[in-house]
Ligand binder design. Structure first.
Ligand code: CIR
Length: 255
């Protein structure tokens, strides 16, 4: 969770066409841009140099830059996002990765892997199979991850959850914040787990960036719990991102 850099992409106005499991109205591009600007400021305040890529109107979900790539130790792996409308985001991101990362590796597979299904610890990469990430993708990712010195652990994301990390996040080297459903799925053996408060599942899409835990606004019980446990919590508004199933982790690649 110690990062010197982050890569973000400005939200496109086409984010109104972003994918969502259930429709609660379109995000407002202007409000989304304001949320995103506050997120970038928070990354900078937390100590990251943030490189912000221009909006890519051809991909409504491209603000969720975490899904087409995985960065391990400064090496970017270009993934294969599992939603048809997002597959092309991987190639579109390639030039920026070549410019910003030490090395770039293409995941060569007929399968699919979304970055949102990947939770990294210091030595492990937890990959949740989901509607977006399949076994073929996981198998083809394995040698790349192992070649970079990490152990790959493949898990099953419970079927009602979009992405593994929609409901979990690493908040320190040994501790995960997760929803009760994911916490009890056995995914986090060997790690400490803090469960989100009852009714606050969406708080689990958090991130630890250096000294700060970024948490979405609207989850006061989870915020109190984390503060009492000694974490420095920074609350950010993610209302617009949530309308298209996005949250804090998916709006940056941190490295
Ligand atoms: C999608 O369905 O792909 C986007 N609307 C939201 C992606 C959120 N990404 C993430 O949780 N990693």
């Amino acid at each position: 969770f110690e990062f010197s850099h982050a890569l973000c992409r400005l939200p496109a106005t086409s984010v109104t066409d972003g994918l969502r499991a259930s429709d609660h109205g379109d995000p407002d591009p202007i409000a989304f841009a304001a949320e995103h600007a506050a997120y970038i400021s928070a990354l900078r305040l937390a100590g990251c140099v943030v490189n912000v890529l221009p909006a890519d109107e051809s991909f409504p979900d491209s603000v969720f830059i975490e899904d087409p790539a995985l960065v391990l130790n400064g090496t970017a792996i270009i993934l294969r996002p599992g939603a048809a409308s997002r597959l092309g985001e991987a190639a579109a991101l390639r030039p920026a990765l070549l410019e910003n990362m030490n090395d770039v590796i293409d995941l060569s597979t007929d399968g699919y892997v979304d970055g949102g299904d990947i939770l990294c610890t210091d030595d492990r990469v937890l990959l949740g199979l989901s509607a977006r990430t399949n076994l073929q993708g996981a198998q083809d990712l394995r040698p790349i991850v192992e070649g970079l010195g990490y152990k790959l652990v493949v898990l099953q994301t419970p079927p009602e959850i979009l992405h593994f990390k929609t409901e979990s996040s690493l908040i320190d080297a040994q501790t995960v914040l997760a929803t009760p459903a994911l916490a009890t799925s056995g995914a986090f053996n060997g790690l400490n787990v803090i469960e989100t408060a009852v009714g606050e599942d969406a708080a689990a899409n958090a991130i630890r960036v250096n000294a700060d835990v970024f948490l979405s606004a609207g989850y006061p019980k989870t915020a109190d719990m984390l503060e009492s446990a000694g974490y420095s919590v920074r609350i950010l508004n993610t209302r617009q991102a949530a309308l298209v199933d996005g949250g804090l982790s998916c709006m940056s690649l941190r490295y």
